[in-house]
Design a protein around this ligand. Structure first.
Ligand code: ADP
Ligand code: MG
Length: 320
């Protein structure tokens, strides 16, 4: 499903283009993390800009090779296969953060949902039918982040447990790309990975402004979000369905084993992309009421939710 979804990818958030294009602008795009990644930099020295962008892309690839579930040499792949792995700092950090988001969201964010995703995939692809309630109950027995054990840099999983970092890794990698750019003397940049992004500094003509598209009407904007050294991430059921009735998609409610269906889209704005990414997935699972409560309880976090009924719900400090 991962490969397929890339073909259907909607870039929900696009950087607003302006008539004025500075000669200091350097931009490069690559296909990574199952999506399209664009790095835009404003920097006088073109050679330095190219060098910095190159290093940022190398960093993205390096960490993707550790955290991806699909690459058969990645630490996550080995962990899921062998139920143990000697982990890099990057994996330890990402899993640690995921566990904290698990607690913060009272279990809505849970990286051990992979057996449910596997069940969906097997049911729809091989058996050509939805999973049954009892199959879901059976798969749910393997789910629960208390089944992950971390001792120093050794990670172990209980039998039949599998993890996915799809709800947090992209954000973490965006942050690492930004750090790499900063280390290379870049002060004004935007890293955009398929609509999840983080900006530093500004553009010569002002803010980094991001247009949030209507997930159901591609050419309609529902908000303009100014990024002032902040990040934005969106979780939506928009295009990644397992079935035609759109009941089964890739964001799982770990409390039921079914896909979360109360919202169609959640956009989070906060300082770091990793937090925005994990919170977007968490709020998507929690739904309108509990999701908003979580956003309002956190400092420096704002959100825009779209309900199934297409109502737009903003947190109190959401600017657009
Ligand atoms: P996108 O992949 O479109 O950026 P998300 O950031 O919401 O969307 O991530 C969705 C991914 O998160 C899924 O593909 C899966 O790997 C993972 N995931 C699904 N449900 C959960 C959950 N309840 N908690 C944590 N991760 C989840
Ligand atoms: Mg996410």
């Amino acid at each position: 499903m991962h490969k397929l979804s890339a073909l259907f990818l909607i870039i929900l958030l696009t950087s607003c283009s302006s008539i004025y294009d500075s000669p200091d602008k350097t931009e490069q795009t690559k296909e990574l993390m199952g999506t399209i990644v664009t790095i835009t930099v404003y920097h006088e020295n073109k050679e330095e800009a190219h060098q910095a962008i190159g290093e940022a892309f190398n960093e993205i690839e390096r960490i993707e090779n550790i955290l991806s579930s699909y690459k058969n040499t990645s630490e996550v792949y080995i962990l899921n296969r062998d139920k143990k792995v000697e982990a890099s700092n990057e994996l330890i950090y990402t899993i640690g953060k995921s566990l904290r988001y698990g607690d913060l969201s009272r279990g809505a964010f849970d990286i051990t949902v992979q057996p449910i995703l596997d069940l969906y995939q097997h049911s729809f692809q091989d058996l050509k039918r939805p999973p049954t309630d009892s199959e879901i109950i059976q798969a749910l027995r393997q789910v629960g982040y208390e089944r992950i054990y971390i001792r120093n840099n050794n990670i172990q999983l209980e039998k039949d447990t599998k993890i996915t970092l799809g709800g947090i890794a992209k954000g973490y990698i965006i942050d690492k790309a930004i750090i790499t750019l900063e280390k290379n003397n870049i002060q004004h940049a935007l890293v955009n990975a398929g609509g999840d992004m983080r900006a530093i500094g500004s553009k010569p003509d002002g803010n980094w402004n991001i247009a949030l598209q209507n997930p159901r009407k591609e050419h309609e904007h529902i908000a303009i979000i100014p990024l002032n050294n902040t990040a934005v991430a969106t979780s939506g059921d928009y295009e990644r369905y397992f079935d035609d009735s759109k009941e089964f998609h890739h964001i799982i409610d770990p409390r039921t084993g079914y896909s979360a269906t109360e919202l169609i889209s959640v956009t989070i704005v906060t300082h770091k992309a990793m937090d925005a990414d994990a919170l977007a997935t968490s709020v998507f699972v929690l739904g309108k009421e509990e999701g908003l409560e979580l956003i309002e309880s956190l400092d420096g976090v704002e959100g825009l939710l779209i309900t199934k009924e297409k109502d737009l719900v903003r947190s109190t400090g959401f600017i657009n």
